[in-house]
Design a protein around this ligand. Structure first.
Ligand code: FAD
Length: 442
């Protein structure tokens, strides 16, 4: 088969690699001038770092295996995670189970109840029945009002904004299951979560993967936006691509799109209404980030949830409490993150406006903070970053095989019940490649 792939993020590159391994050459077309999609990088102090914070969990076995296959397994470092929670005007350490016992925003009884609830969700294997509930409904019933309002509501609001009340409990359950799987073995592992990071950043993975796709007979084109999927006699037959200022049409035996769901109907005519409806009824939030490079650390934590909604951002991720500042010319890299609707006031702000909005709040995290610490700051927006997973979601996931023969879709709305992540895009890309080969052979 000769396959055209739209998108050089984790899913598109992994699919092209899998197809290449089986002798099917792929042309990958990426609209952006860089690889990696949502996990792409920019430079701080001459070193690439992700536009939006990234790490791996111990449970991310598809990515770990891919790195091994690519010969860069030794570039993955596992580092103790270090979590804080900002509430009631101060930062609470939230790394191990004993930290919960010191979390004063909850009464002593509620701390114990929250500990037991966490344990039972971590151990739970069955999730289908949880799909019937929104997380808010389930938690109000099973955790009670005070725990829900102090801990979960601010987290859900922070991550899903106006949609926080619609998120399925199955989504939240998966977060607990994931964090358990990310704990190591033995007594130490039981209490200590470890997170993985590729030294050299995620860019290194995508660069080596793209090289491998090319060495297997494929090609990866950057700055090459696909304008249309060509359909002939009811079958996907090619792509119309903008290549170096010229529009070109290329013929393919099959096409894989890794674009967000709402983009696909714009690229292809003739999708039936029910499939189009499944694509367009999905709501995505955009990730909006201010990335500051500081002279000094802001906090001792890598990951800080912000549970106080009077703060204008939902999380503070201090990457250099994970990978040391020496990698970045001595700069301390701090992400201030939000997930927003595109009509949100904060989404519409430019870099200077958003930075000015956030700045006064940093003293609440570290009273010594001073603007003179800021060497530089950057503003990144990642659209279609977080699909909203609502009640009964599993019934509304569009199939990878679209109704147009020869046209396939692999994007983050099809990852479920797990939350989207590079690991799952790699797994899905490789799975869809196998589907395409099965169909091609048939
Ligand atoms: C702020 C943030 C933090 C995250 N943190 C983590 C983390 O810690 N760990 C983790 O594993 N994951 C994390 N993720 C999620 C992870 O980055 C994504 O799930 C994953 O990268 C998605 O890969 P993908 O290939 O499915 O999609 P994408 O990366 O979105 O790739 C799709 C590609 O298609 C291209 N495209 C779209 N339209 C066209 C067109 N017409 N023609 C050509 N190309 C087109 C896009 O430019 C894009 O490059 C995070 C995401 C964000 C936004």
């Amino acid at each position: 088969m000769k396959v055209g792939v739209i998108g050089a993020g984790a899913a598109g590159l992994a699919a092209a690699y899998e197809l290449g391994l089986h002798g099917h050459a792929c042309d990958v077309f990426e609209a952006a001038p860089f690889l990696g999609g949502q996990a792409s990088t920019f430079e701080v102090g001459g070193t690439p770092v992700e536009r939006g914070y990234h790490h791996l969990f111990r449970s991310d076995t598809a990515m770990v295996q891919l790195m091994e296959e690519l010969g860069i397994g030794d570039r993955l470092k596992w580092i103790d995670s270090n979590v804080g929670y900002f509430a009631e005007g101060r930062v609470w350490r939230f790394t191990g189970p004993f930290d919960l016992l010191r979390f004063r925003p909850l009464s002593p009884l509620d701390r114990v109840r929250l500990g037991l609830l966490t344990l039972s969700l971590q151990r739970r294997k069955e999730w289908r029945s949880l799909e019937r509930w929104t997380a808010a409904e389930w938690l109000l019933e099973h955790a009670g009002e005070s725990i829900y309002r102090a801990v979960f509501e601010p987290m859900l609001r922070g991550k899903f904004g106006a949609y926080y009340g619609q998120v399925s409990m199955a989504w939240l359950w998966n977060k607990f299951a994931l964090r358990t799987a990310s704990r190591g073995k033995g007594l130490r592992g039981r209490f200590k979560e470890q997170l993985g990071y590729p030294v050299g950043s995620f860019e290194e993975i995508f660069t080596v993967l793209a090289e491998r796709v090319e060495s297997l007979g494929g090609a990866v084109h950057l700055g090459a936006g696909v304008r249309r999927v060509v359909v002939e006699e009811g079958r996907a037959a090619g792509l119309e691509v903008q290549l170096g200022g010229e529009a070109e049409t290329r013929s393919y035996d099959a096409v894989l799109a890794t674009v967000p769901s709402y983009v696909l109907p714009r690229l292809v005519d003739g999708l039936p209404d029910d499939y189009t409806e499944m694509l367009t009824d999905k709501v995505y939030l955009s990730a909006v980030l201010i990335v500051m490079v500081l002279e000094r650390p802001l906090s001792p934590h890598y990951w800080m949830y912000v549970g106080d909604r009077s703060m204008p951002f939902l999380g503070v991720i201090e990457h250099t409490n994970f990978m040391p500042a020496e990698h970045y010319g001595g700069g301390h890299v701090v992400y201030l993150t939000n997930y927003l609707d595109r009509d949100d006031r904060l989404y519409k702000m430019d870099a200077a406006e958003l930075y000015a909005e956030y700045l006064p709040h940093l003293r609440r995290i570290n009273p010594a903070f001073d603007e003179s610490w800021v060497r530089e700051y950057h503003h990144h927006k990642v659209d279609a970053a977080q699909p909203i997973v609502t009640r009964g979601y599993s019934e509304r996931i569009p199939a990878h095989r679209t109704p147009i023969p020869g046209l396939y879709l692999a994007n983050t709305t099809q990852i479920y019940p797990e939350d989207r992540g590079t690991n799952y895009s790699v797994r899905m890309g490789r799975q869809v490649a196998r589907l395409m080969m099965e169909d091609g052979a048939g």
